[in-house]
Design a protein around this ligand. Structure first.
Ligand SMILES: O=C(O)CCC(=O)C(=O)O
Ligand SMILES: [Fe+2]
Length: 296
């Protein structure tokens, strides 16, 4: 078994966001151990368990390519913030994740937002997912571009190489092929086995990576479903992968703290103080204010 690529680990409780950011810039990825307490992991698992039990890994998706992308035996539950208040608050609004977003995304927007919050349960029999860069969804943005996204896969069971722990190609965010179109990138020779690291980490830990870091879910050769969450943030002026206003409609969002509402896209993206314009108003008002006054 050849594995030489490595992902640097930090203890989330004591990690300095500046030091973590420096490693993300250098390697394209880090593991934050113990990002969520055992109690938060248990609460999220409790809140999402029934929905995941009912999810059909063979459900038709809007584009069959998406099924090929995730591969068989994988349950995908979208809109995690609508299902789990704990996910919306203690996971999406985690101070360390937001401190990293402040450094990676805030230089290029007035506010960043949730791109998507999904649960991805790679069941026994799941194959290796296709290696990819998450930023391919914004392939129309001309390159070079600022960092568009910060992504995480968070473990809600222990992740191992055998049960489908996320595969990461450290350093691939700096490869020249990042500036090619996704089709051209997929035509490149695939990363070699020794360039691929495995996000082996305990439940509650997370691998954090940039939109330009090549990665994919792994194959699950065990009997234990690999339950993870794919949580990603993007610049506030981009169209998000998941339509978060519909996935977490006002009636549900109204019960969440204001920070969560802002991240879900309810707040105006106001670049007027930065010499630009604004995005996302309704009735010429800031929707997050209307939500707070029960006027949405
Ligand atoms: O499940 C994983 O480990 C990775 C998922 C992923 O990369 C994706 O859905 O874009
Ligand atoms: Fe991905």
């Amino acid at each position: 078994m050849t594995v030489t690529a490595k992902i640097e680990h930090f203890q989330a409780l004591t990690a300095d966001p500046v030091a973590v950011h420096a490693i993300i810039e250098r390697d394209g990825a880090v593991i934050l151990e113990g990002l969520l307490s055992t109690e938060v992991v248990a609460r999220v698992n409790d809140e999402v368990g029934a929905v995941l039990d009912d999810a059909d890994p063979d459900a038709e998706l809007f584009n069959p390519i998406m099924k090929a992308f995730h591969g068989p035996c994988t349950k995908q539950v979208t809109g995690a913030c609508a299902i789990s208040p704990t996910f919306a608050t203690e996971v999406m609004c985690h101070p360390l994740l937001l401190a990293l977003c402040d450094r990676i995304l805030l230089p290029s927007c007035a506010r960043y937002q949730l791109n998507l919050g999904h649960l991805l349960q790679r069941g026994p029999g799941a194959d290796e997912q296709l290696l990819h860069r998450d930023e391919a969804v914004w392939s129309d943005v001309p390159k070079p571009a600022p960092e568009l996204q910060m992504a995480t896969v968070i473990a809600f069971v222990d992740f191992t190489r055998e049960n489908g722990g996320t595969r990461i190609v450290p350093g691939s965010h700096r490869w020249p092929d990042r500036s090619l179109s996704p089709a051209e990138q997929f035509a490149q020779p695939p990363p070699r086995a020794e360039q691929i690291a495995y996000a082996e980490m305990s439940a509650g830990s997370a691998v954090v990576y940039t939109g330009g870091t090549i990665h994919a879910g792994g194959s699950n050769t065990t009997e234990i479903p690999r339950r993870g969450a794919h949580l990603s943030y993007c610049l506030g002026w981009l169209r998000t992968e998941e339509n978060n206003y519909l996935a977490v409609p006002p009636a549900i969002a109204a019960k969440l703290p204001r920070k969560a509402q802002e991240l879900l896209g309810y707040a105006v993206h106001d670049s007027i103080p930065r010499g630009g314009g604004y995005l996302g108003m309704v009735h010429m008002q800031d929707p997050v204010e209307l939500l707070g006054r029960d006027e949405l």
